[in-house]
Design a protein around this ligand. Structure first.
Ligand code: UD1
Length: 384
């Protein structure tokens, strides 16, 4: 036991840069304390689920739902796009602290330690970069990180015989579909960005891997547009820098932290001229991961792509007006130019998720926009 703890401290410390300040030292110490009381290769009665990127936006909501469903989540996160606030939020909501490893899935020896330290039962792989624009400017960053982290994870899962995997994919694999709603067997078109291509490649890697490792059960969840925050206001989206996505920009603009929101085009061939998306509450997305795991644990072999959407499209202008109505606030916005690479409209056929997983959305667009605003107001309260 002592050797194990020593090893863990060593790995933890070597993954840390030297702290620059008292506060940073405190934060790092906090992670160590956070990590310490857990970790044993002994099997508990709860199933151990590795959650890469578990301290991020969708990851943290999923960790909450995993605890609620009686799983034991083990987070691996490099904190490149999140911070410890979401860990505190998870603990406040659930009363439990997830086991945490600070590190990068691209670092095979680090990831091996996690597999060595726990008898894992399954994995959910969120850890990936996801900014479309950045991926166009820095394609290698995306190909390196998003592909290597997946292949590292798969090689260890094969080696340690951890055969249940949920993979974060995206509706971006479809491009602009001719027919809507789009089904999982609908045609895929050329990816509009390196980010989108990493999701297509990721799915292909998983299909090839499954061919060679038939004992695996794999769910590839194609998210449409996850938005909102936990209804408690304790976890939500923490975009670093200027948000690229609609809802975080909208909440920050409404709170006065940004200039007015630009609606990227209102001259499309849609009823009000703005683009249409299938917006889905992040808590519904999180619950779908638990249902997918439950499904996978009952399969001897599968590799399934599954849409996660409401099955309904809402326009950008509808989102703005619903936000104003639900939250009784005015959104500062103006109509601007179209954004390069945007598809006009997309929404899901979500019937496969209902059939296979017994999952469907429980929350509405209005719920998501209320919770997004509640989260933003909570962040601002803490600052003041
Ligand atoms: C994008 C990606 C998607 C990815 C997701 C992850 C594309 C084509 N799709 O989804 O693959 O999984 O991000 O984050 O890039 N909008 C505005 N003003 C804004 C921001 C957005 O009008 O300031 C509009 C967009 O033009 C779009 C809609 O809001 O019509 C949703 O945009 P966004 O939240 O960025 O998501 P997607 O582009 O759908």
């Amino acid at each position: 036991m002592l050797r194990f703890l020593e090893k863990k401290i060593h790995i933890f410390l070597s993954s840390c840069e030297k702290p620059h300040s008292q506060a940073e030292f405190g934060a790092k110490l906090y992670i160590l304390q956070w990590e310490f009381p857990f970790s044993s290769r002994q099997h508990t009665t709860m199933k151990n689920i590795l959650v890469t990127g578990g301290a991020g936006y969708i990851g943290s909501h999923t960790v909450v739902e995993l605890f609620k469903a009686g799983y034991h989540p083990i987070i691996v996160d490099n904190f490149s796009n999140t911070d410890e606030r979401l860990l505190h939020g998870i603990a406040s909501i659930t009363g439990q602290k997830p086991t945490l490893y600070k590190g990068d899935c691209c670092d095979l020896s680090f990831l091996t330690t996690v597999f060595e330290s726990h008898a894992l039962d399954g994995a959910i792989h969120f850890a990936a970069y996801k900014a479309v624009g950045e991926s166009v400017e820095q394609p290698l960053k995306y190909y390196h990180n998003n592909i290597l982290s997946l292949t590292n994870l798969l090689s260890l899962m094969a080696q340690y015989k951890v055969t249940q995997l949920v993979f974060s994919s995206s509706c971006t694999v479809y491009g602009q579909p001719d027919e809507l709603p789009i089904r999982e067997d609908g045609p895929e078109s050329k990816a509009a960005s390196p980010y989108g291509f990493t999701k297509q490649i990721g799915e292909q890697i998983l299909r090839d891997f499954h061919q060679a490792h038939a004992s695996f059960a794999i769910g590839m969840l194609r998210y449409f547009n996850p938005i909102g925050a936990h209804p408690s206001g304790l976890i939500g989206e923490l975009p670093f820098g200027v948000p690229n996505n609609l809802v975080p920009f909208l909440t920050q603009a409404t709170a006065g932290h940004r200039q007015a929101l630009t609606v990227f085009g209102a001259d499309y061939s849609t009823p009000d001229g703005s683009c249409i998306r299938d917006f889905i509450h992040v808590v519904d997305v999180a619950k779908a991961h638990v249902k997918t795991l439950n499904f996978l644990f009952n399969q001897s072999s599968c590799c399934e792509a599954i849409n996660l959407g409401q099955g309904v499209g809402n326009s950008v202008l509808e989102v703005i007006h619903t936000f104003e109505e639900v939250n009784k606030v005015k959104v500062p916005y103006h109509i601007g130019e179209r954004r390069m690479g945007d598809i006009v409209q997309i929404w899901a056929d979500a019937s496969k998720a209902k059939e296979l997983l017994d999952w469907e959305t429980e929350l509405t667009l209005a719920d998501a926009l209320r919770d997004a605003w509640n989260w933003q107001c909570g962040l601002d309260d803490k600052k003041n």
